[in-house]
Design a protein around this ligand. Structure first.
Ligand code: SAM
Length: 170
């Protein structure tokens, strides 16, 4: 399993970004999102997508980051521009056979997170976005295979060259 811990979500400002952390996580092979904020709207919009498009992505809101980090039994990977370079750690990440918790921040992340993480990983050492960093990390961990993940939903898009084709299953 791969789950995501989203820290420091600011209810007004980060609404869309946090929703996208969940949607990208879900689409790219993760199984769940822990959100330190108790913003139910985010859970609702991600759950709506899962109920139509399928999959078993679980969203938990109002969690304490300390207890999620302390109780996690697998590996903790914190995404930060200050971490070790993903290009240097790719083969290590690919060979992990435990559950992975991926931690992403919004505003400044507490120093304790850097200590509690097993790996602090940067996707380049340039400042950019938690959504992009998550997407690239998942792609490296799964080595591209997540792009073929099957979702058992009621709504199924039929890939098409020049049309929007959707099947609705019951
Ligand atoms: N300024 C904040 C700090 O110093 O902790 C980070 C703000 S950044 C917009 C939000 C999140 O995006 C970070 O917490 C990190 O998870 C992710 N992020 C941004 N750039 C990154 C990079 N180059 N590599 C990995 N993660 C990155």
């Amino acid at each position: 399993d791969i789950k995501i811990l989203r820290m420091g979500h600011r209810p007004q400002r980060d609404q869309r970004i946090t929703t996208h952390v969940g949607l990208v996580g879900r689409a790219f092979g993760a199984n769940g999102l822990f959100l330190t904020s108790s913003d139910e709207k985010i859970k609702k919009s991600i759950d709506d997508v899962s109920s139509r498009f399928g999959g078993d992505f679980e969203v938990k809101v109002g969690v304490s980051w300390r207890s999620v980090l302390k109780n996690w039994s697998g590996l903790i990977v914190h995404l930060t521009m200050y971490g070790e370079r993903l290009v240097d750690k790719s083969s290590e990440l690919k060979s992990i056979d435990q559950d992975i918790l991926v931690v992403v921040g919004a505003e400044k992340v507490p120093g304790r997170v850097y200590e509690l993480a097993d790996l602090n990983i940067s996707v380049t050492n340039q400042p950019h976005s938690e959504i992009a960093a998550l997407a690239v990390l998942l792609d490296r961990i799964y080595d591209g295979k997540q792009l073929k993940k099957h979702f058992d939903g009621q709504v199924k898009v039929v890939p098409s060259e020049n049309d929007k084709k959707v099947k609705y299953l019951d």
